[in-house]
Design a protein around this ligand. Structure first.
Ligand code: FES
Length: 71
């Protein structure tokens, strides 16, 4: 894999993991930098620290069923 390509991992029922420093652009155009080795971006919409994951995706909501990955 060429060095200039970032590795991005979509997890099941969890965050999107981005390897390397990133600037996350928000809907209003602001940029949120992350210099972490791996940045976990919230994909569930429950995080209180969006755009970053705060592990809120682990909480089960009553009546919510676990989604199965079906490409
Ligand atoms: S993916 Fe972890 S809080 Fe949303």
């Amino acid at each position: 894999m060429p060095e200039d390509r970032r590795r991005v991992i979509v997890t099941e029922d969890g965050p999107i993991l981005v390897y390397g420093p990133v600037d996350v652009e928000m809907p209003d155009g602001t940029r949120v930098p992350s210099d972490r080795a791996v940045t976990a971006l919230c994909a569930c919409g429950r995080s209180g620290r969006r755009p970053f994951c705060d592990t809120s995706h682990r909480r089960r909501v009553r009546g919510e069923e676990r989604k199965e990955y079906d490409p």
